[in-house]
Ligand binder design. Structure first.
Ligand SMILES: [Cu+2]
Length: 437
């Protein structure tokens, strides 16, 4: 958090925009960092003088802004959006600026922001700036701190950013419906005076969960327990973009959770990280513990940092096993261990072609080539390098490479050094080690 004097200094620097704008013509044009970097990771120096590395919201976008008399001006439009979760599942959702979730808002501590919110939904809404220190009347709680924004109306929020960290925004009017329909986004405030080692890659991921009945076209906001579509930045694996990083680089991942009901323990393979910040602020260095899983509870953000020192394709996923499967896994009967031949024969008399599934486990369900119902996802996963990956939903891949493509494009599967992949044991190995099979 910056003190009063530093904030004043920031405000003065913002007034010196013209000088900086001469150095960076695009900044004067009011382009946002992702316009300048093409969504890549070059350092951007905004008017005001503070430099920061733009966040990469995988499968997402950053909200454009422009400078007007030293104020960073944004415009959010709440509206219905047709959204694809992964190839095969499209739903009519609600979001912002044509996106589900809304674009990431990115600014610098000391900035003054003015955010217009236009409501193109069929019902009233508000926007709450989750975790921010601001005047009470800017907090966006319908009825409590402001009138709700009626359809067709545009409201204005304005406040100085007097802290840094990873925050979120979401409606605080008919929350149950609007958040279940996808209305949420990340709000990143970079420090004016960064502490600690700089990171080479800065990712932001919003976790969420949805109830979309198989074949349905709309999320069901009334669902309380059985969420069957679990997402990172509103996408299910294999629709989630990988996190592509350079070997031995310092990586930051910011994770927010605005799921309706579930906390998510997010686990990273092959590495350890430190939780360096929450939405309450930076964690003092002496209080940071090495971890491989970070629990991100509903309404929390957690920021982790680590050195990506292990080349490979590493899973990054929610460790709740029902959160890495999708629609078809839910509400299926338990037939594990049963001989279902007779069952299939009997039911087959009534339902031609019926086949009982799952007697040998469910790992094969994704790649059996069975057609899934219209507008739904297979129960699990997607194609991997070696076999079918039997995880879907809240799952993505950290790809650590010696060299990364300039545009952070997917570099393909990892080429494992010879002899470093687990394979079927040879008879000679088994004999040598006295393993009885
Ligand atoms: Cu989870």
């Amino acid at each position: 958090m910056i003190n009063r004097r530093k904030f004043f200094k920031g405000a003065v620097t913002a007034a010196g925009t013209a000088l900086v704008a001469r150095l960076i013509p695009n900044a004067a044009a009011g382009l946002n960092p992702s316009d300048l970097s093409g969504g890549k990771t070059e350092i951007f120096i905004p008017p005001g003088g503070a430099s920061y590395r733009p966040v990469i919201t995988t499968n997402g976008a950053t909200l454009p802004w422009k400078f007007v008399d030293g104020v960073k001006v944004f415009h959010l439009v709440a509206e219905p959006v047709t959204h694809e979760f992964a190839a095969g599942l499209v739903a009519e959702c609600w979001g912002y600026n044509g996106r589900v979730h809304g674009p990431t808002i990115e600014a610098v501590e000391g900035d003054r922001v003015r955010i217009y919110v236009t409501n193109k939904l069929p019902e009233a809404t508000t926007v709450h700036w989750h975790g921010l220190f601001l005047p009470n009347g800017m907090d966006g709680v319908g009825g409590l701190t402001q009138k709700a924004i009626q359809p067709g109306e545009t409201f204005m929020y304005e406040f100085p950013l007097i802290q840094h960290g990873t925050f979120m925004y979401h409606p605080h009017h008919d929350e149950m419906t609007q958040m279940a329909m996808g209305m949420m986004g990340l709000f990143i405030i970079h420090p004016r005076e960064p502490q600690g080692p700089p990171v080479a890659h800065d990712f932001a991921i919003m976790l969420s969960e949805w109830a979309i009945d198989v074949g349905a076209r709309r999320p069901d906001p009334s669902e309380m327990t059985d969420f069957n579509v679990l997402t990172m930045n509103a996408r299910c694996f294999p629709g989630t973009a990988p996190l592509v990083v350079k070997k031995n680089s310092r990586v930051r991942i910011r994770i927010g959770n605005l799921s309706a009901m579930d906390h998510h323990p997010i686990h990273l393979h092959g590495h350890r990280f430190h939780v360096v910040a929450t939405d309450g602020g930076d964690i003092p260095e002496a209080a940071r513990r090495p971890e491989t899983t970070v629990l991100v509870a509903v309404g929390q953000t957690r920021t982790v940092e680590f050195i990506a020192n292990a080349p490979g394709d590493w899973a990054l996923h929610c460790h709740m096993s029902h959160h890495v499967m999708t629609q078809m896994g839910h509400k299926s009967g338990n037939v594990i261990g049963m001989n279902t031949d007779g069952l299939s024969r009997e039911i087959g008399k009534l339902v031609p072609g019926y086949m009982a599934m799952g007697a040998d486990g469910m790992g094969d369900m994704g790649d059996m080539g069975m057609p899934v119902p219209k507008n739904s996802l297979p129960m699990v996963g997607g194609e991997g390098q070696f076999d079918y990956i039997t995880m879907g939903g809240m799952f993505t891949i950290l790809k650590v490479r010696d060299e990364v493509p300039a545009d952070n494009a997917d570099p393909g599967w990892y080429h494992n050094p010879p002899g470093t992949v687990s394979v079927a044991a040879k008879e000679s190995d088994v004999k040598r080690d006295g393993i009885n099979i």
